[in-house]
Design a protein around this ligand. Structure first.
Ligand code: ITT
Ligand code: NA
Length: 194
């Protein structure tokens, strides 16, 4: 059985394939290059997740899951938030985004570097109301990037319980504790009728 996910982020796709292994064959926007670009102009993770899932579900006329996610830092009033993918500009790298965060927090002491990753998942079914599942994980923004696993802001996101950044954890461990794992646990419960 296949599950279509409205994402072209390779880091997410890799995690989805692992998290749904044995349950679904994961398809992504990379398998549908003809789909027009979906503009993410919402103010919230929920609005963007709904737009991605509903647009692709209507286009393919089948059920679609979407993930809108990001990093919210208390000391920056929730930034980068919905701008996480393009915080340093539209054609900048993850490294540029992380550098911008570290520079904005340069004078902020550790106790005030609290942050969380949020993963808002939407399941859109043609002709039905969209469903939402939200996962989160809390951490501390490190003072420098460490680790090479994962993607996005993982190298600067310290997970206090392990004393390591999300990018230093094995992908197996990230897939147990992450915001995405949290949301997918709820999605699976729903899909399996739990
Ligand atoms: P799609 O919209 O195609 O799914 P995207 O990268 O644009 O890909 P988002 O709009 O949801 O996805 O932006 C999420 C950004 O938040 C992403 O680009 C990363 O910078 C960051 N992010 C999300 N999940 C993350 C994770 O597990 N680890 C680190 N950073 C993450
Ligand atoms: Na996006």
């Amino acid at each position: 059985k296949e599950l279509v996910i409205a994402t072209s982020n390779k880091g997410k796709i890799k995690e989805f394939k692992t998290l749904f292994a044995g349950m679904y064959e994961v398809k992504s926007l990379l398998d549908y290059p003809e789909v027009p670009e979906i503009i993410e102009d919402g103010d919230t993770f929920k609005a963007n997740a709904a737009k991605k899932a509903e647009t692709l579900a209507a286009y393919l006329n089948q059920n679609v899951l979407a993930d809108d996610s990001g990093l919210s830092i208390d000391a920056l009033n929730g930034e980068p938030g919905v701008f996480s993918a393009r915080y340093a500009g539209t054609h900048k790298s993850d490294a540029d985004n992380m550098a911008k965060v570290l520079s904005k927090l340069a004078e902020v002491p550790e106790e005030n570097r609290i942050a969380r990753f949020t993963c808002m998942m939407a399941i859109a079914e043609p002709g039905k109301e969209t469903l939402f599942f939200e996962g989160q994980v809390e951490g501390i923004i490190a003072t420098e990037a460490r680790g090479t696993n994962g993607f996005g802001y993982d190298p600067i996101f310290l997970v206090p319980a392990y004393g390591q950044t999300m990018a230093e954890l094995t992908s197996e461990l990230k897939n147990k504790i992450s915001h995405r794992a949290d949301a997918i646990r709820q999605v699976k419960n729903y899909l399996l009728g739990g």
